[in-house]
Write a protein that binds this ligand. Structure first.
Ligand SMILES: Nc1ncnc2c1ncn2[C@@H]1O[C@H](COP(=O)(O)OP(=O)(O)OP(=O)(O)O)[C@@H](O)[C@H]1O
Ligand SMILES: [Mg+2]
Length: 268
């Protein structure tokens, strides 16, 4: 059974792609096989963080020019990445043939993965919603900025109202202390408890780590470049938390099911 985690946020630029790229390495270090899907379809990021130069992208799969296995790129420690492209469409704009080609592509995958991690774009576009709803667990990334907090709240509210999603995992990024992170969590969960019927799990925090910014400039993930930096240690903790977290919906434990749900949502 594969565990499917979406990493999402209301506001952009709060650290989703770096979290995905680094926690994938931490999971690989624990012996897990990880597939990362760059689902920020129009604004590919993961390839840059890993310093990869993909020759083909998910767009080639949509066009029928490549299989899913062919577009996968190998990142460090055996992590596999499905790269996005620039200027790609909404899932709902894909033709039936294009959607089917991906579904079949997932069937043809020979490898067994333990984790699929989906790096969504930010905000409440339908693409972001679909990727979140199709995943088994949703990690909402926030930082302490008030706009990031209100946008995260808005995202969870809309996901709950439109798609009946009831459980979210909140991860505080760029935090200066565990207290600061807990205060962010309390601020969001107390408002949610009053006005919404959702439950928000505290999923820990990633400290502000200046080495992460150096790593971004060097196009090498923090976990690889500075494995003992505070951020890297937090990514290792996050990986352990993901390992411990159950994948709730029965029957959803494979990649094909993930895409099938996406297709169904976009056909509604
Ligand atoms: N823990 C951290 N410590 C220090 N800086 C950080 C941290 N996390 C993120 N950053 C900074 O924030 C920037 C944006 O991060 P990233 O690209 O991962 O965000 P994102 O949420 O994926 O953005 P987008 O919504 O545009 O896809 C990084 O390049 C880095 O400079
Ligand atoms: Mg990103």
């Amino acid at each position: 059974m594969i565990k499917v985690f979406a990493v999402t946020s209301g506001k952009g630029g709060v650290g989703k792609s770096n979290i995905c790229a680094n926690v994938a390495l931490s999971l690989a270090n624990l012996g897990q096989k990880v597939l990362l899907f760059d689902a920020d379809l129009g604004l590919a990021n993961l390839d840059i963080i890993y310093g990869l130069k993909p020759e083909a992208t998910i767009q080639d799969v949509f066009n029928g020019d490549a299989t899913l296995a062919e577009v996968m790129v190998e990142a460090p420690m055996g992590v596999k990445v499905i790269p996005a492209t620039s200027g790609l469409n909404e899932i709902s704009d894909l033709t039936v043939d294009q959607k089917m080609s991906i579904l079949n592509g997932f069937d043809d995958l020979k490898e067994d993965f333990d984790f699929l991690i989906v790096d969504t774009g930010a905000g409440i576009s339908t693409n972001v919603m679909y990727f979140n709803v199709a995943s088994q667990q949703i990690i909402v990334v926030v930082n302490k900025e008030p706009t990031s907090i209100t946008d995260a709240y808005a995202l969870m509210k809309v996901m709950n109202e439109r798609y009946d999603v009831k459980t979210f995992n909140l991860l505080v990024n760029e935090s200066r202390s565990s207290n600061e992170a807990l205060n962010v969590y309390k601020a969001i969960s107390s408002v949610a408890n009053r006005f919404l019927t959702i439950s928000i799990n505290y999923f820990g925090f990633i400290p502000f780590d200046p080495n992460l910014q150096n790593a971004v400039l060097k196009r090498t993930p923090l976990r690889q470049l500075y494995p003992t930096s505070p951020g890297s240690i937090a990514f290792d903790d996050l990986a352990k938390r993901m390992l411990r977290t159950d994948a709730p919906q029965s029957g959803s434990g494979n990649i094909r099911f993930f895409w099938k749900r996406l297709v169904e949502l976009s056909n509604q």
